[in-house]
Design a protein around this ligand. Structure first.
Ligand SMILES: Cc1cc2nc3c(=O)[nH]c(=O)nc-3n(C[C@H](O)[C@H](O)[C@H](O)COP(=O)(O)OP(=O)(O)OC[C@H]3O[C@@H](n4cnc5c(N)ncnc54)[C@H](O)[C@@H]3O)c2cc1C
Length: 444
């Protein structure tokens, strides 16, 4: 297979830190002509895959490549919920054994991340405060019951909150109720991704200024055509490749017409001032995900910034343009002011979009996609814990290192179903998203 790959765009990054701080962290040494292991993509999936490969092969170099600085992609743009429980589409199949496997895998990821954060003193606002699953009106309440039912099936502790209970935490009476579950973590995802990258094992060579433009099967593996941000091109051969590029996977020729690159958007305010915090009716450091997947994710950070995430768009070019962001900002502003009329003077610092892989049948993909090429993708918008565990297990699969978690992840993953190519896809997806937005209008 030889083709030119569309690489990640240089678009507005997240507001988790100032853009000037999102610079390459890796070496600028060219890679060797031939390498045993190359991991493409330095999001959570690639970071953990590279780490695990390096641990299992301490005498071998592992190259970790990304076209953009660590944290530029979805892993540094998300809302920072590291979720232990089945979420969104995971609830479509409330089969207890499957739900338990999902929980165990997510909790293994949370445990691994927590150990790394502690061992390397990664400063990323990691907090084990759990999370709320909130409802505004009837539709949300119905979906909240579905979530409660799934939790009961697997005996997971949870606490129902009424409107006052929600107000006491979130400082808004916008929510009629919520379910609190204690196991998730909240984090500044950009600081976490960069902290993980700064503390990789010494046999990992990170180059987060290097795009992979082509990948061709050769005798001893795969020849990769590389281009650095200063436009130097060269090639290297990898015996085995881990593809950790989520929505970009079809660019490499795998899972073609099976992964939908979907944009979702977030805005974040400046930190509240001390007097605004004193008047705020809720607390700091909490997160609420919507019971209705079409609703709004809401978060208050430890330093008093409020984040909103909602809305989806088809992203054939993997980016949001300025008009799209202006429109999103206006709608998110409206959502913010409905929740916090007393804070309507507090500006957003940034509004951004990020692209993640979605499958039409809502399954995640995990496995060997060609001889010596391993890939995990399609986390359907919930990929912090799932990406973390998938990367680790892809490395174990590539090294024939059998574990019960590896068996579990294969059991709960599947083949994303076929979706029509553009432009039919664009028309269908946009129509479907508009309908979903209309259905969820009261929960946004
Ligand atoms: C706004 C938003 C909010 C979200 N909130 C949450 C949340 O709260 N909790 C949660 O669990 N999930 C959330 N998600 C989803 C989550 O961010 C993703 O599922 C997760 O980051 C996927 O990780 P990844 O490492 O697989 O992929 P990515 O983070 O997308 O990393 C893939 C990397 O591959 C690189 N790449 C692609 N092509 C090439 C190439 N040709 N050459 C070199 N490099 C390449 C990219 O630059 C990128 O860095 C959210 C997503 C968004 C956009």
């Amino acid at each position: 297979m030889k083709k030119t790959i569309i690489t990640p765009p240089l678009d507005t990054p997240s507001g988790w830190t100032s853009v000037s701080k999102i610079t390459p962290m890796g070496t600028s040494e060219p890679l060797e002509k031939s390498l045993p292991w190359v991991v493409i993509g330095a999001g959570f999936t690639g970071l953990t895959a590279a780490r695990r490969l390096a641990e299992l092969n301490p005498d071998q170099p592992v190259a970790l490549l990304d076209a953009r600085p660590v944290g530029w992609g979805a892993s540094g743009r998300n809302s920072g919920f590291v979720i232990d429980l089945p979420h969104k589409f995971d609830l479509d199949t409330p089969e207890p054994d499957r739900l338990r496997k999902i929980i165990h895998l997510n909790r293994t990821a949370i445990h691994d991340l927590e150990n790394l954060i502690t061992d390397h003193k990664i400063d990323c606002e990691w907090s084990r405060v759990g999370k709320l699953q909130g409802a505004v009106k009837e539709r949300g309440t119905g979906l909240m019951r579905k979530f409660a039912h799934a939790l009961e099936l697997v005996d997971e502790p949870h606490q129902m909150l009424d409107q006052q209970g929600c107000l006491d935490i979130t400082g808004t009476n916008y929510y009629s109720g919520a379910i609190f579950t204690p196991g998730s973590a909240l984090v500044n995802p950009l600081s976490l991704a960069r902290g993980l990258a700064a503390n990789l094992p010494t046999n990992v060579l990170l180059r987060d200024d290097t795009a992979v433009l082509g990948m061709t099967s050769v005798d001893k593996g795969y020849e990769l055509t590389l281009e650095t941000t200063d436009k130097q091109t060269y090639s290297t051969t990898a015996s085995k490749v881990i593809l950790a590029v989520d929505p970009f996977t079809p660019e490499f020729g795998y899972l073609k017409n099976r992964i939908l690159p979907l944009l979702t958007f977030a805005s974040i305010t400046r930190p509240l001032t001390d007097s605004e915090k004193a008047r705020f009716k809720g607390t700091l450091d909490w997160g609420l995900t919507p019971a209705d997947a079409g609703g709004t994710t809401l978060r208050m950070t430890q330093d008093g910034r409020i984040l909103l995430r909602n809305q989806y768009a088809n992203a054939p070019k993997y980016r949001a343009d300025k008009h799209m962001l202006a429109d999103v900002e206006e709608k998110q502003r409206e959502g913010f002011e409905k929740r916090y009329p007393d804070l309507s003077h507090v500006p957003f610092e940034t509004t951004w979009g990020g692209v993640c892989g979605l499958s039409a049948n809502h399954v995640s993909h995990f496995g060997e996609v060609a001889k010596g090429v391993y890939s995990a993708s399609c986390y359907n918008g919930v990929g912090v814990a799932k990406g973390t565990i998938s990367g680790k297990l892809l490395a174990e699969m590539a090294c024939d290192h059998a574990t019960s978690e590896l068996e579990d992840i294969q059991t709960i993953s599947g083949l994303p179903s076929l979706i029509p190519p553009e432009p039919i896809r664009g028309i269908g997806v946009t129509t479907r998203l508009k309908f979903a937005e209309w259905q969820s209008k009261d929960e946004i």
